[in-house]
Write a protein that binds this ligand. Structure first.
Ligand code: PML
Length: 240
């Protein structure tokens, strides 16, 4: 069966503002393009990629979801550090990851387009391009509408739908733990994900109005090449 990856990324004055992906059938390409083109609120450049995929693996998503809400950002970030520790990340490196996202992980102190890759043993940053980082692409839900309906009926958001897909692929590819919160100034819920702890939603990981956000993936340095190849090239459709 033929599948096509449709990807959108938009930027404003050279800075990434929005990105999304769908894996769809040939006949759904036009409606998907129309949907994705409407997503960024503002941009001066928008790139669309339509790519035929050769080998698509179907994989059952298996991360348990849990949610925790705190009075303030510091408590929530401390909890994220604890969840990362339980996932095998030292407390020092977990704090380093929080501080990187908090202050903008790119060399100019702004959001990266993709994720930081951090050696889980030493804290060394491993991404080749510190502005771009690594991007988890070629992943979607096999039955996106059904999954969206189900998760939103359980009180989760459409952002959860997308982030859960990314987190699931990351773990599939060998990411040992992930910390993420959004760069959307109005979305303050983030998460820690690992195979041991599942998908742990944590709120608020930042203050309302804060435009900084991003992702840190903890990996083993010796597995770097294999993990990056999988994150960027392997096509995965997730079943719930
Ligand atoms: C959630 O609500 O489940 C957390 C979603 C984080 C979204 C991060 C992003 O916007 O990329």
């Amino acid at each position: 069966m033929e599948w096509v990856s449709v990807r959108m990324r938009a930027s404003l004055r050279g800075r990434h503002v929005s990105g999304a992906e769908r894996i769809v059938r040939q006949e759904d390409i036009p409606s998907t393009l129309c949907e994705l083109i409407k997503r960024p609120k503002t941009y001066d450049q928008l790139h669309l990629t339509v790519e035929r995929l050769k080998d698509v693996e179907i994989f059952r998503a298996n991360l348990k979801i849990s949610s925790y809400t705190f009075e303030d950002v510091n408590e929530a970030r401390d909890f994220a550090v604890q969840v990362l520790s339980k996932s095998g990340v030292s407390e020092d490196l977990a704090r380093k990851a929080v501080n990187l996202i908090r202050s903008g992980a790119s060399p100019e102190g702004w959001n990266m387009r993709g994720a930081v890759l951090m050696d889980i043993n030493t804290g060394e940053r491993l991404e080749e391009d510190p502005y771009r980082g690594v991007r988890t692409v070629r992943v979607d839900w096999l039955k996106r509408e059904e999954v969206s309906r189900y998760l939103t009926s359980q009180g989760y958001t459409l952002r959860t739908v997308d982030a859960l897909a990314i987190a699931t692929k990351n773990i599939f590819c060998g990411v040992l733990a992930e910390l993420c919160w959004s760069d959307d100034p109005n979305y303050v819920t983030g998460y820690v994900a690992s195979s041991k702890m599942g998908y742990v939603r944590i709120s608020p990981l930042k203050r309302e109005g804060d435009p900084l956000g991003g992702r840190v993936y903890f990996v083993k340095k010796e597995e770097l090449r294999k993990v990056v190849e999988c994150l960027e090239r392997k096509a995965l459709l997730l079943d719930l």
